[in-house]
Design a protein around this ligand. Structure first.
Ligand code: SF4
Length: 450
């Protein structure tokens, strides 16, 4: 890596799955505002629904998600009861047309920690309350260690057609250091079960920067993963924040690659996946030619939301579960992170939303500029300002804000046109930060760029 890039690679910058980002949310945001946004949606609004399941069978030491390992299944069963109550309450507030949920996504944690009965109960509650659109995407994140042939068939019968697996790295020495032992054979078998059951799309998550990983180990993992032909592969850098995620203290700092190692691993994975027919998409996704994400990336219709890159073009995101974030045209609304606090709100028949932000017209314009840059690697800020009815002069300081990135060769500015060269896509978040008027560069607030 060129020495000019080190300062950017080690900079902590937002992931820009939303703008403003979650750290800007107001911490005493009234739940009644989220209910007003919900009741104000037009009856024909296309909806996306997210359900958060904050439970796992065992904790991976690298985990940065909002999850826990419950003492027994009862806790998860009670959680599902509250989810169903909140889904019914929200559906009655919405009161719009049924059948417009084009995307339903179960994330976590590990949604397949739940048994089949509880997953089916949740799908039914959403279908009854909001209505799944025919042919819509019904997706879940899963742990291949929780998937059997029968389970894959049952999930397909419930309507699931897309699944995402955490693979991370196939090397046993790496897996031992992150408390996640899953052999290549186990992942390959789970992949076969999903294809047999008729899943239209399978996504693998890989990581770099994990303890014990080397350029050679990630190259081999990328080759093995691509050999199983998942439709999409997402690649994330490990964020080591043991002061924030206590279980990461189980990871020995001395086993972690440095900035040059992380950069070399990330670029090696990209080279390996490209060689196996995977197109580079946005910051950190890869997809085969036939995949609709590849088409969306090429024709400029790809979107970026809390689940990462997506073809989802819904007008509102309704979120259920502890810590889940909903998105409306007026702003963002996040439920309580603590499951007890979250359930107490629902018990009282009120919204579990406790954090959020009302966005301004300028926020919404900047959000679109950042989203287009993160998706397309280029953006015309004058066009976006005009579309939002604002004066492009709001971007008049962009040249000054982007000057270090331009000098380092990770971005260019021609008139109103900002471009990040494809070979510098790892630095997209650094360049996007130039559009972010809320951003304060400070260590440990966000994940490192590389
Ligand atoms: S399975 Fe996923 S959510 Fe659960 S602990 Fe591991 S990384 Fe975190």
């Amino acid at each position: 890596m060129d020495s000019k890039l080190i300062a950017f690679a080690t900079q902590d910058v937002p992931r820009y799955t939303s703008y403003p980002t979650a750290v800007q949310f107001d911490s005493d945001f009234p739940g009644s505002t989220a209910d007003e946004w919900l009741s104000g949606l037009a009856p024909e609004t296309r909806l996306s629904v997210y359900v958060h399941i904050p439970f796992c069978r065992q904790l991976c030491w690298y985990c940065g998600c909002h999850t826990s390992v419950p003492n027994g299944y009862d806790r998860a069963a009670r959680y599902v009861e509250y989810l169903v109550r909140d889904i019914r309450r929200s559906a009655s507030i919405f009161g719009g047309r049924k059948g417009l949920v084009t995307h339903l996504h179960f994330g976590g944690g590990t949604p397949t920690y739940l048994d089949d009965f509880h997953i089916a109960e949740l799908v039914e509650a959403i279908d009854t309350g909001f209505g799944l659109a025919p042919g819509g995407e019904v997706a879940l994140e899963s742990d291949p260690r929780t998937l059997t042939r029968e389970r894959a068939r049952v999930l397909a019968r419930m309507g699931f057609n897309r699944i995402s697996f955490g693979v991370q790295d196939f090397a046993t020495p790496v897996q031992m250091r992150i408390n996640r032992l899953q052999t290549y054979g186990l992942v390959a078998a789970a992949n076969d079960y999903l294809r047999e059951a008729g899943f239209a799309s399978v996504n693998f998550d890989l990581m770099y920067g994990l303890p014990g990983q080397t350029v050679e180990s990630v190259a081999r993992t990328a080759q093995q993963a691509a050999g199983l032909k998942p439709d999409r592969i997402s690649v994330f850098g490990y964020a080591h924040v043991p002061w924030f995620k206590k279980h990461q203290k189980m990871i020995n700092d001395a086993d972690l690659p440095g900035v040059h190692g992380r950069y070399a691993q990330a670029t090696m994975i990209e080279t390996g996946l490209n060689a196996q027919g995977y197109a580079s998409i946005g910051l950190d996704h890869f997809a085969l030619e036939h995949d609709e994400l590849t088409r969306a990336a090429r024709n400029g219709t790809m979107r970026r939301n809390f689940q990462g890159y997506t073809t989802d073009v819904s007008d509102a995101l309704i979120a259920f579960g502890a810590s889940a974030i909903g998105e409306f045209s007026h702003g963002f609304a996040q439920s309580a992170r603590d499951t007890l606090e979250w359930s107490q709100h629902i018990e009282r028949g009120e919204s579990p939303v406790v954090r959020g932000i009302v966005t301004t017209p300028e926020d919404r314009m900047r959000a679109e500029a950042i989203e287009r840059l993160m998706c397309d690697l280029n953006v015309n800020v004058a066009e976006i300002a005009a579309r939002h009815g604002l004066d492009a002069a709001v971007f008049s300081d962009l040249g000054e804000r982007m000057a270090p990135a331009i000098a380092a060769g990770i971005a260019s500015l021609n008139g109103a046109h900002v471009t990040v060269p494809a070979e510098q896509r790892l630095f997209l978040r650094n360049v996007a930060a130039a559009f972010d008027t809320h951003f304060v560069s400070a260590p440990n607030r966000h994940a490192r760029a590389v």
